[in-house]
Design a protein around this ligand. Structure first.
Ligand code: SAM
Length: 336
C-alpha cells in the first residue's frame, strides 16, 4: 500500500461515499435472457478496447489503496468467460486492506471452477436463476442450460462460496406465478433468494413500466404461500429489502429499484470492461480511465479523475422523470 497517500474516498456532491466497486470483466454472455439481450445481433466490445488483466488489477488496486473501496464484485456480461478470472481474483484479494471479493454469475461452468475460485480468495457468489423449470428457463434465457446452473450452484456451496444469493427477475406470464416455488426451492437448498424488479436496461429497449412485475406484485405472489415480515436487521446500503420467511431465520429479498428506489443510500460505483467509470447504473456520462491508463497517467492522477467522476452522480436514477433516457449501454455492457 502506498502509505504516503492518505485515503480520500469516492464521495459525491450529495454526501454519499462509494465503497462497493462493481467491475465488469466482459460484455459477452453465454445466455441470452430476454429482459437483458436480444436473441441475436449485439456487437461485442473489440478485444483491444477491453482492459487487460493487469489494467483491471491496477484500477482495482487504486480503488482499494487510494479511494476506500472495500468490496469488489466481478460481473459482466458473464465473468466466468474471462480466462484470467482466478488470477484477477487472487490479485484483488491480496490487496491491502483486503477487500471482500464476490462474483455475480449465471453459474454456467461454475461446477468446474468453484474450487479454484475459492482457493484464489473469492468470498461468495450471487447466481442468477429465474426459475427451476427447464422449459421456462429455456424460454427466458434462450438456452437449455438449467442443469448446468444447478450444478454450478451446488459446486459453489461445496466450495464454501457462501452465503449464496440467487437473483431472479420475474416475467409476466412466464415465471411470475412460480415465484413461490422458486423461493421454496431456494429455502430447501439454503440459498437466499432476491427478486429484482425489471429495469429499463435491456439492449432491445423492450422494457415498459406496465410490463414489469412490481415489488407489490412480488409480495402478493409470495404471500400466497409464505408469511413475510420485515427483517429487523438494519438494511444499510443494501439494494435488497429483506423479509423473514415464516418468522425466520430464512429470508427473502426484494430489489425494488423502480418502485422503491434506494439511491439515497447508494454506495456503489461501476467500472466497465473497457475501463469507463460509471457513477450510477443509469448514468449517461462515463469517465474514461482506460485512456488515462494507456497514457502516462500516474496512480494519483487516475485516482483524482475517478474522484471527479463521482461528483456528477445524480441524486437518483430518474426512471420516474418525464425526461428519463435509458442509458446507451445495456446492462450486459455495464455490469449488473
Ligand atoms: N451474467 C451474470 C449473471 O447472470 O448474473 C452477470 C451479469 S447480469 C447482467 C447481472 C444481473 O442483472 C442478473 O441477475 C440479471 O438477472 C440482472 N439483469 C439483467 N438485465 C436486467 C434488467 N433489465 N432488469 C433487472 N435485472 C436485470
Amino acid at each position: 500500500m502506498s502509505t504516503s497517500t492518505p485515503v480520500s474516498g469516492l464521495a459525491d456532491s450529495y454526501g454519499r461515499v462509494a465503497t462497493d466497486l462493481r467491475v465488469s470483466l466482459t460484455d459477452r454472455c453465454n445466455l441470452r435472457c430476454n429482459y437483458c439481450m436480444p436473441a441475436e445481433g449485439l456487437d461485442w466490445l473489440p478485444t483491444e478496447e477491453t482492459l487487460t488483466d493487469d489494467e483491471v488489477v491496477r484500477l482495482v488496486r487504486i480503488g482499494v489503496e487510494q479511494l476506500g473501496i472495500r468490496e469488489v464484485r466481478f460481473t459482466g456480461g458473464e465473468p466466468l468467460l474471462r480466462r484470467g478470472l482466478a488470477d484477477i481474483v487472487a490479485r484483488t484479494k491480496a490487496l491491502e486492506p483486503s477487500p471482500e471479493v464476490s462474483l455475480t454469475t449465471n453459474a454456467l461452468g461454475l461446477s468446474r471452477t468453484a474450487e479454484t475460485l475459492a482457493a484464489a480468495g473469492l468470498d461468495r457468489v450471487n447466481v442468477s436463476l429465474d426459475t427451476v423449470r427447464r422449459a421456462e428457463f429455456e424460454q427466458i434465457t434462450r438456452r437449455d442450460r438449467l442443469q448446468d446452473v444447478l450444478d454450478g450452484l451446488a459446486a459453489a456451496k461445496r466450495a464454501g462460496l457462501t452465503p449464496i444469493k440467487v437473483n431472479a427477475v420475474l416475467m409476466r406470464g412466464v415465471n411470475d406465478v412460480h415465484a413461490p416455488e422458486l423461493l421454496r426451492w431456494c429455502l430447501d437448498h439454503d440459498y437466499q433468494l432476491r427478486i429484482i424488479e425489471q429495469m429499463p436496461l435491456d439492449a432491445q429497449h423492450g422494457w415498459s413500466r406496465d410490463g414489469m412485475i412490481t415489488a407489490e406484485e412480488i409480495f402478493a405472489l409470495l404471500e400466497k404461500d409464505f408469511e413475510l415480515t420485515p427483517d429487523p436487521e438494519h438494511r444499510g446500503s443494501a439494494p435488497a429489502e429483506t423479509f423473514l420467511v415464516d418468522g425466520g431465520p430464512a429470508k427473502v429479498g426484494v430489489i425494488a429499484s423502480v418502485t422503491r428506489p434506494f439511491c439515497g443510500d447508494c454506495d456503489r460505483v461501476r467500472l466497465t470492461a473497457d475501463g469507463q467509470v460509471r457513477n450510477c447504473l443509469f448514468a449517461r456520462q462515463e469517465s474514461d480511465l482506460r485512456a488515462a491508463l494507456r497514457g502516462t497517467a500516474t496512480d494519483d492522477e487516475i485516482a483524482d479523475q475517478w474522484r471527479l467522476a463521482m461528483m456528477t452522480k445524480r441524486p437518483g436514477h430518474g426512471i420516474d422523470d418525464e425526461l428519463f433516457l435509458q442509458p446507451t449501454r445495456p446492462m450486459s455492457a455495464i455490469g449488473g
